[in-house]
Design a binder for this molecule. Structure first.
Ligand code: NDP
Length: 336
């Protein structure tokens, strides 16, 4: 059983000393447990937070413990009701070949799921995050302008496509012409602005010429600076993620814009609300799953995935995800 354990808490970007590859004996299931073979490991931005012991909404991974992560796994042996050998399951198996589970929080996908790894993306946690954050906090109405950051990633791509289904004008923000082209041509957004190009704030203002009614926040930083002056009265901001800050070791250089931010919130009567997907919206999972499965089958929501071959590639692929190297959802196929 190969597994990555947290060896050292990173300062800034994780490096070669952050995770350590170990080989351990195959774990033996106790009564009421099942043995899972992890086939796909999800790579997600929140994992950076778990490597750190700064105060957060979840406990950090302890030093020496297996790095946490969502997995799509196959049941090897089972003493858990509702799970049999050969079933596919969405679990929290971590960065390792095999994991034990008591079945709590594990979803059975049956013997022959069509695209098992999609349950780590559009049909799983990131999809629920997108759909629930948008519909429950963003509450967009037909004809409104929705702007979404991180538009080519699994959350942002889904947010924008759901916004189109709900009748919004949708403007994405992404890094580089290739990602922006995909967001417009394949995902069907009305426009997509490259935040790395010069003149980004002006280009965004032109694309959102009626102002912004809903801003779905995935990144923070300079992107939010460009969005803030464009917000309309009664704008809603689901604060989902702030990936531009996850590797930061200090606050950005001044000037202090807190007064400007609070002035905008007051004068424009803006609602900003953060959320943690399963804590706040876990109860909506069945409704989400049935709705999103239908949209995906109908081709109304499209999905792009990048499969990384081999567990040993996971640390580098994760650092690349935080750097913006992923194009779509990154999963690791452990078998290769
Ligand atoms: P993404 O694939 O969107 O995240 C990686 C992308 O982030 C990169 O490809 C890059 O896109 C972008 N990025 C990285 N650094 C910066 C930067 N400095 N400025 C702007 N963009 C940057 O991941 P997900 O779709 O999985 O997640 C999106 C967000 O949602 C994350 O912030 C994540 O933490 C959050 N999240 C929150 C949850 C919750 O419960 N609140 C649950 C799940 C996710 P590009 O190439 O376009 O720059």
């Amino acid at each position: 059983n190969r597994r990555f354990v947290l060896a050292q808490r990173p300062t800034g970007e994780p490096d070669n000393d952050t995770l350590r590859l170990e080989t351990a004996d195959l774990p033996t299931p106790a009564a009421g447990q099942m043995l899972l073979r992890n086939e796909y490991l999800s790579l997600d931005p929140y994992m950076r937070g778990r490597m750190s012991d700064a105060p957060s909404y979840a406990e950090p991974v302890a030093l020496g413990e297996v790095m946490v992560g969502g997995t799509v796994s196959q049941v090897v042996t089972s003493q858990v009701e509702g799970f049999a050998e050969g079933d596919w399951a969405v679990a929290f198996g971590g960065w390792q070949d095999y994991a034990l589970s008591d079945g709590k929080g594990v979803i059975n996908l049956g013997k022959n799921p069509e695209n098992p790894s999609w349950s780590l993306g559009v049909l799983g946690m990131p999809g629920l995050t997108a759909w629930a954050g948008l519909t429950q906090i963003g509450r967009p109405e037909a004809g409104e302008t929705l702007v979404v950051a991180g538009a080519s990633g699994p959350v942002g791509a889904t947010v924008g496509q759901v916004g189109k289904i709900l009748g919004c004008r949708v403007v994405g923000i992404a890094g580089g012409p290739q990602k922006c082209g995909h967001v417009v041509d394949t995902l069907g957004f009305d426009d997509c602005i490259d935040y790395k190009a010069s003149g980004f704030p002006d280009a965004l203002a032109t694309a959102a010429s009626d102002g912004i009614d809903v801003y779905y926040e995935n990144v923070g930083g300079a992107v939010f600076d460009a969005v803030l002056p464009l917000l309309n009265t009664s704008a809603r901001i689901p604060v989902c993620g702030l990936i531009s800050q996850y590797n930061a070791t200090s606050l950005p250089e001044g000037p202090d814009r807190m007064g400007y931010l609070m002035g905008q919130v007051l004068r424009r009567r803006i609602t900003m609300r953060g959320f943690i997907v399963f804590d706040d919206f876990g109860h909506l999972y069945p409704e989400f799953a049935s709705q999103m499965t239908t949209w995906v089958k109908q081709g109304k929501v499209r999905y792009r995935e990048e499969v990384i071959a081999g567990l040993e590639q996971a640390p580098a692929a994760f650092v690349g995800l935080l750097r913006g190297e992923a194009f779509g959802k990154r999963v690791v196929h452990l078998d290769d």
